[in-house]
Design a protein around this ligand. Structure first.
Ligand code: GLA
Length: 400
């Protein structure tokens, strides 16, 4: 189905006022109506490390989800999507049956998670929503939806839930209601990122630091390959299972470990012979990616963008050859980027199997670079590349 806004950049996010107009058209005016916004994210480095208790370094982008809503007296939730021109409805007092359209299942998962966490005290609501992060592109449009819905539910019910908990509830919803065993990175980034900062997150302790990232001579680019992420969810769960198997086997030799986060590169070299080949490759990616993410944070703090870029390229190779979550299109892009002097670093971003790449490029020569990448990418894949300049945006907020 055609989505109203499936392209960043060509997209005009329905403003809060427009969303509110639709809301009032569908549900009527009056009462306390509030709006929440939550951004998507692009992950700079630290891929497939979050569910291994590891480190990630994402930043929020200026595209995401807007939701406008009002509390109801009963426990019904009525939703309207501007993008799909569709409505959905469920009742918190009835069992979840996954019968709603996919977009509504995210909101339903979050509402039900809040209800479980708050002992059945959540009231129903009606809401209209719209999004402008491309879907299925690895930019976390679903986490943005979960966080926006979470913030709205929290605010309407006057709960005062902390930001970290809102992120965790979003992740829980995805596990329990959408069947994707995702890590915490996307919801955390959507909830807690700051403008002009990347977010360094320890996914075990949830300690995080905001690393200043005000780009001057460089620019961050999102490169949308146009290849949508086919069977990404099932392959994602498979990768996760391979990591768990690796931990189980390695813990025979390294009894203290709980996750791949606990295995150093040296230990891995010593004991990787215990692992079956495929599991070994998967684990090698995670162990080396954790180190790259720690190194990238240091490079960012020192302003050493060349080092940062080199680590991005190394990350892509590891995702391509060891974790095997890249695809031809993303590899073509990576090779084109690697041979372009204006590119400092580039890698696929998000879960993979299609979607977007992220690049750090020099501002000088940017137009030539864009033209070169677009032309060559089209020649090699027959697909149109979409390129968007981006800078670190703020996390979710209640807006007027
Ligand atoms: C998806 C998941 C995240 C993370 C990335 C891969 O975006 O939602 O939790 O695992 O893939 O780094």
């Amino acid at each position: 189905m055609l989505k109203r806004h499936d392209v960043i950049g060509e997209f005009k996010l329905a403003t809060v006022a427009e969303t509110r107009d639709v809301f009032e058209g569908v549900f009527g005016g009056g009462g306390a109506i509030i709006a929440a916004k939550a951004p998507g994210r692009v992950n700079l480095i630290g891929e497939h490390t979050d569910y291994n208790d590891g480190f990630v370094l994402p930043m929020a982008i200026s595209h995401g989800v807007t939701i406008v809503g009002r509390l109801r007296e009963d426990r019904k939730v009525r939703l309207r999507s501007l993008d799909y021109g569709e409505s959905a409805e469920f009742n918190l007092d009835e069992r979840y049956d996954a019968s709603g359209p996919r977009w509504s299942q995210y909101v339903e998962g979050v509402a039900r998670t809040f209800d479980e966490e708050y002992d059945g005290e959540i009231r129903g609501l009606e809401a209209a929503l719209t999004g402008d992060a491309p879907q299925g592109s690895g930019l976390s449009s679903s986490a943005a939806l979960e966080v926006a819905a979470g913030l709205l539910i929290d605010q309407l019910n006057g709960l005062g839930t902390g930001r970290v908990e809102i992120a965790l509830f979003g992740q829980k919803a995805e596990h329990n209601y959408l069947g994707v065993k995702c890590g915490i990175m996307d919801q955390f980034a959507s909830c807690l990122c700051r403008e002009d900062h990347a977010l360094f997150l320890d996914c075990r302790s949830l300690e995080h630091k905001h690393a200043p990232m005000k780009l001057r001579d460089e620019v961050a680019l999102i490169l949308d390959s146009g290849k949508s992420r086919g069977l990404a969810d099932s392959k994602y769960n498979e990768r996760r299972a391979a990591c768990e198997e690796g931990v189980r086997i390695l813990s025979g030799a390294l009894p203290g470990i709980r996750a791949l986060r606990d295995v150093s590169e040296t230990q891995f070299e010593e004991f990787s012979r215990l692992l079956p080949d495929v599991v070994k490759k998967r684990c090698r990616h995670v162990v080396t990616e954790n180190q790259r993410t720690l190194d990238s944070m240091q490079a960012l703090l020192k302003g050493d963008m060349e080092r940062f870029g080199a680590l991005m390229f190394a990350s892509h190779d590891s995702l391509r050859f060891d974790y095997e979550v890249s695809c031809d299109e993303l590899d073509v892009l990576n090779e084109l980027a690697e041979e372009s002097p204006a590119v400092i670093g580039e890698r696929m971003t998000g879960a993979g199997f299609g979607g977007c790449a992220v690049a750090l490029a020099r501002r000088d020569g940017l137009e030539d670079l864009k033209a070169y990448l677009s032309e060559e990418y089209f020649k090699k894949t027959g697909r149109r590349l979409k390129i968007y300049e981006t800078s670190p945006a703020r996390g979710a907020a209640i807006v007027d």
